[in-house]
Design a protein around this ligand. Sequence first.
Ligand SMILES: [Zn+2]
Ligand SMILES: [Zn+2]
Length: 143
Amino acid sequence: MNKKNLADILSENKIKSTKQRRVILSVISELKYPDTAEHIYLLAKKEDDSISLSTVYRALEIFTEKGIVNKNEFSLSDKKMYEINTKVHKHYLTCNSCKKILTVEGCPLEEYEKKLSLQTGFEITEHHLNLSGYCPKCRLENS
Ligand SMILES: [Zn+2]
Ligand SMILES: [Zn+2]
């Protein structure tokens, strides 16, 4: 996402476009996997030294309310994780040890949903599937 897009996203959602909010949104849009408010803060602070943790919390709250950002509360972790809401259906793979989350695009359940819908007469509107285990790094460290 370029800077212009970020400003557009803010104005489309009637969020006051401040430099700090654009920096925070840009950091979130560049995350490779969902991350914590604290880590987003550290990354944003590198870009703009005037950003405080409470600015990040407040921005995340607004972005989540407006649906620009997804907040995932995974049972495995006490931490709330954030990611940009790409509105693409996906699943998550969480490491039990380091709590890193990998986003998996593509869905193996489409056929299953159709079959289940035929069998039960349900109109299935959504599903959630979170997988967990140990990432390659943690597997190495624990072996
Ligand atoms: Zn791990
Ligand atoms: Zn799915």
